[in-house]
Design a protein around this ligand. Structure first.
Ligand code: UDP
Ligand code: MN
Length: 296
């Protein structure tokens, strides 16, 4: 059982976890060495989490980018599935970033939910579209989110919710175990190994997937600002991290440990096939059509 009563008690979200009596699971790692919970199905009572967060007045900003061809390919399915499964019962504001605001689908939102569309320029390289999200997210947290929401979750658009993705995932700083790496020895992790990049790291704790990260608005602002700075320094030095924003996210998370970690149940790739430890899939990778989507 994760001893959440020690160091992490200082952190409000972890004291929530402690008071809601997170259970362990025998077949998987449920606690990091710095005593952050790793959330798997069966560890928590969803009703208690929802009640607690409603009582505390938690409200969630979801950021998602649909630039260029990604809009038609994914956004409609993504948003519809959010309405079914993402933080149901809590106030949610979608922040949709796109170069074509007029093409954002008109989706009927449940009560307590709203959408803000923010126009961004289309970078010509997909790597830059992906990396520059860090800057846009940090800016919108400062100008808007911090005045309206307690928490922020940032998502890739090429995925679809298939099960509850609820308030148990909220925390001060939240990272996701990458479905392709969580069961592998560390030497397989694809950290950036170029000493000239700001994302350079030898070893770390886990390999985190940048398709989802979140936390309080304050900690997501700190994370996105730091990653953006690293990315810009790399550009000045004419280097690019191996996996772009994901490399910078992994570097940040090794220096600033997340207070909560999500299991790959929160972002599963069905092409991996059956795994007995994946008891539920809450969000699935959508098919990737790189050939057609990444040509401009
Ligand atoms: N993205 C976009 N348009 C692009 C490239 C990327 O909107 O031309 C956004 C989109 O939200 C996407 C995310 O950036 O999900 C990350 O890119 P991608 O999903 O292709 O990266 P991968 O999942 O392969 O790491
Ligand atoms: Mn993606």
């Amino acid at each position: 059982k994760c001893n959440l009563e020690s160091a992490q008690m200082l952190n409000l979200d972890s004291s929530v976890d402690a008071s809601l009596n997170l259970q362990s699971r025998p077949d998987v790692l449920t606690c990091t060495y710095w005593k952050a919970a790793i959330i798997w199905e069966g560890m928590f009572d969803p009703r208690l989490y929802d009640e607690m967060h409603k009582m505390k007045g938690s409200s969630v900003a979801l950021t998602v980018f649909a630039v260029g061809r990604y809009l038609d390919a994914y956004l409609h399915t993504f948003l519809n599935s959010c309405e079914q499964h993402f933080m149901v019962g809590l106030p949610v504001t979608y922040y949709v970033f796109t170069d074509m605001p007029e093409k954002v689908p008109n989706i009927k939102l449940s009560p307590l939910r709203s959408m803000k569309v923010i126009k961004v320029e289309k970078n010509s390289r997909w790597q830059d579209v992906s990396m520059m999200r860090m800057k846009s997210i940090s800016d919108v947290i400062e100008s808007d989110i911090r005045h309206h929401c307690t928490h922020v979750f940032c998502f890739d658009v090429d995925q679809v919710f298939t099960g509850r993705f609820g308030s148990e995932a909220l925390g001060d700083s939240v990272a996701l175990l990458h479905a392709h790496y969580y069961h592998l020895p560390k030497h397989f992790y694809t950290y950036d190994r170029n000493p000239n990049s700001k994302a350079y790291m030898e070893t770390g704790d886990f390999y985190y997937h940048a398709a989802i990260f979140g936390g309080s608005w304050k900690s997501v602002k700190a994370l996105t600002e730091a990653c953006y700075q690293g990315i810009m320094e790399d550009k000045q030095n004419n280097v690019e991290a191996l996996w772009h924003d994901e490399s910078h996210l992994n570097k940040y998370m090794v220096l600033h440990k997340p207070s909560k970690v999500l299991s790959p149940e929160y972002c599963w790739d069905t092409s991996i096939g059956f795994r007995s430890d994946i008891q539920v899939t809450r969000l699935l990778w959508a098919p990737k059509y790189y050939d057609t989507l990444r040509t401009l």
